[in-house]
Design a protein around this ligand. Structure first.
Ligand code: DGP
Length: 116
């Protein structure tokens, strides 16, 4: 299922350009347009879900595929050893701004904790 009004569905369909760095049958990974770290890649399901919770609940897309692609991206970006952070902002208060499920893969610099 896709949402004709969804920005990330348009990236999946190839209607909006993106710098795609990895793909699987169910997910794609592309560079964030507004990077917050030397490596900042978004991993999203090809199907439209509002957030990662919906992906897990639906069960028809393997949520593990998202994490496998995140791990693959970390390896190919050369940040698997130094360390990286996965972030899935969920809901407005957590600063989710695009309501198509996505996981941020961030790395290439030291990161503070707790997050802002
Ligand atoms: P979030 O705030 O967690 O919903 O993150 C959404 C991210 O999506 C944000 O870091 C910026 C990124 N983004 C928004 N529009 C585009 C776009 O058109 N192309 C790409 N590559 N990234 C986008």
């Amino acid at each position: 299922m896709s949402d004709p009004d969804c920005l990330f569905c348009k990236i999946v369909a190839g209607d909006i350009a993106a710098d795609i760095v990895a793909e699987s049958d169910t997910a794609i990974a592309f560079r964030d347009v507004n990077p917050q770290a030397p490596t900042h890649v978004l991993v999203i399901p090809r199907e439209h879900y509002q957030n990662v919770g919906e992906v897990a609940a639906a069960g028809d897309v393997d949520a593990g595929d998202l994490f496998r692609l995140c791990s693959e991206v970390a390896a190919t970006e050369g940040i698997a050893e130094s360390g990286y952070r996965l972030v899935a902002n969920t809901g407005a208060q957590a600063h989710q701004t695009v309501f198509h499920a996505h996981v941020h893969v961030l790395g290439g610099r030291p990161m503070g904790w707790p997050p802002g």
